[in-house]
Design a binder for this molecule. Structure first.
Ligand SMILES: NC(=O)c1ccc[n+]([C@@H]2O[C@H](COP(=O)([O-])OP(=O)(O)OC[C@H]3O[C@@H](n4cnc5c(N)ncnc54)[C@H](OP(=O)(O)O)[C@@H]3O)[C@@H](O)[C@H]2O)c1
Length: 224
């Protein structure tokens, strides 16, 4: 199994993914900011590399450290005190360096429902609450799509941290809305990494029991 390099693994979906992959015996590297808690990711058995995704030199150092063909997942999100966003700038730094090193087998970017072609179907409430973050994530998606790497984009609905339900699905319907638990998103990302049919796809991730759509949804047929 190739090593997995995760950006955004100090908590949330990234941490859940690291736990799942480590439990399968996979080597996991994780970039964690200097001031952030690396307790969870360290306990999961990942190799913690300190650095900030908003600094391109830190990202370059991470890839130099890994030094072999790997898969990359980014769940980066959020804004620093000076207004810069990991959603676009941080992710773009990671994508650019992954492209430059040339040894990336799969790149999975976790963004959000509402990105890209889903934008026209956002509610006014969603635009007011998360519009800027979602637009920034769309810019990162666009950069990844033109990178030449084997990319997959996973766009979760509203997240919560309860245990997995096992009902997570992926869909390419731009009008789907819904919610999903972080553990279920991590499971879908893990399966997407193993399923070449997801290469070149941008897919929403929702819980089949907590979603709505204007038409019947046919889930993307991902490997179990
Ligand atoms: N919350 C929702 O309902 C929702 C819905 C849809 C999509 N999303 C998106 O889905 C993804 C996963 O969400 P989540 O709530 O599980 O995770 P999250 O809590 O948003 O975690 C984001 C990760 O990015 C890291 N990060 C942020 N800026 C960084 C930087 N400059 N350098 C290095 N690391 C940085 C954070 O590390 P630190 O510990 O250092 O902060 C954290 O590990 C995110 O992109 C999120 O925006 C969220």
């Amino acid at each position: 199994m190739r090593p997995l390099l995760i950006f955004g693994a100090s908590k949330g979906v990234g941490l859940e993914l690291a736990r799942q992959e480590r439990s399968c015996g996979r080597t996991v590297f994780a970039l964690v900011r200097e001031q952030s808690d690396a307790g969870g990711i360290g306990t999961a058995g990942a190799i913690v590399l300190r650095g900030d995704a908003l600094r391109a030199a830190d990202i370059a150092r991470v890839f130099e450290h890994v030094r072999e063909e790997c898969d990359v997942v980014s769940t980066l999100g959020g804004q620093s005190a000076d207004g810069r966003r990991a959603d676009d700038e941080g992710n773009v730094n990671v994508i650019a360096e992954a492209e430059r090193t040339g040894g990336v087998s799969r790149f999975v970017l976790v963004t959000s429902i509402g990105c890209g072609e889903m934008a026209p179907f956002r509610s006014d409430l969603a635009i007011a609450a998360f519009g800027a973050a979602v637009d920034a994530k769309t810019r990162a998606e666009e950069r990844l799509r033109t990178s030449g790497m084997p990319w997959t984009i996973i766009r979760p609905g509203g997240l919560s941290s309860e245990p997995a339900t096992g009902r997570g699905i992926l869909s390419d319907d731009p009008e789907i809305h819904g919610f999903i638990h972080r553990q279920d998103v991590a499971d879908l990302v893990s399966r997407a990494l193993r399923d070449p049919a997801t290469i070149g796809q941008a897919l929403a991730a929702v819980d089949a029991g907590r979603m709505t759509c204007v038409r019947a949804v046919r889930p993307f047929p991902i490997l179990a």
